[in-house]
Design a protein around this ligand. Structure first.
Ligand code: ZN
Length: 209
């Protein structure tokens, strides 16, 4: 059993790259839309505190949606290695920040990603990058979980993949029901994690450690 934590990951690598930027005209459109939005709620877009807000908010949205402009093959490229490892590899507690597609509010949590290798392993930081590619979009947690699992299945062809995501949704915490402490848990089990009870229970016990 190999178990690694988020502290091993290369944080720098997770920042925005030039190729993930939006064209200037799109940033302008977003900034204009934010200006419109601020006026719609009765704000004065010319008051000092808000003057640069539409531009800043556009940049923030660009960052939070950079997953649309990232290419999974490029990210994974060069980081898949041949290996005879045959035990579950688990990357636990990968920080996750996404935006719910229903309210455009953040959901924040952690992803735990495991796979049972079948000849190939992947660099640890890449697992976090894969999580980011799908988290930095408009999402629902269920789809995010499945997309992470399926992309790992495709690029490594392991015997199985298991992904668990636990997250708090600001759309629940700040509005409506205001359930401050509810955490949503989703999982996606593929291959041996789905078909073999022993692999699944080993994974679940690793998660508890
Ligand atoms: Zn929501």
């Amino acid at each position: 059993m190999i178990q690694r934590h988020n502290s091993d990951l290369d944080v720098e690598e997770r920042f925005t790259r030039e190729s993930n930027r939006l064209p200037g005209r799109d940033l302008d459109r977003i900034a204009n839309a934010y200006r419109e939005l601020l006026q719609s709620i009765g704000e004065d877009v010319n008051r000092e505190g808000l003057q640069r807000t539409p531009d800043r908010a556009a940049r923030a949205l660009e960052f939070l949606t950079q997953g649309y402009r990232q290419n999974l093959d490029e990210i994974v490229n060069g980081a898949v290695f041949e290996s005879s490892a045959s035990e579950i590899i688990l990357v636990k507690d990968i920080e996750l920040y996404s935006l719910c597609e229903h309210h455009l509010l953040p959901f924040i949590g952690r992803a735990h990603v495991a796979y049972l290798p079948n000849g190939k392993v992947i660099g640890l930081s890449k697992v976090a990058r894969i999580v980011d590619v799908f988290a930095r979009r408009l999402q629902i947690q269920e789809n995010l979980t499945t997309q992470i699992a399926e992309s790992l299945m495709n690029c490594l062809e392991p015997s199985g993949v298991a992904v668990v995501v636990e997250a708090k949704h600001l759309c629940m915490m700040m509005r409506g029901v205001e359930k401050q402490n509810s955490v949503m848990k989703t999982s996606c089990l593929l291959g041996t994690f789905k078909d073999d009870a022993r692999t699944r229970s080993e994974f679940l016990s690793l998660l508890k450690d």
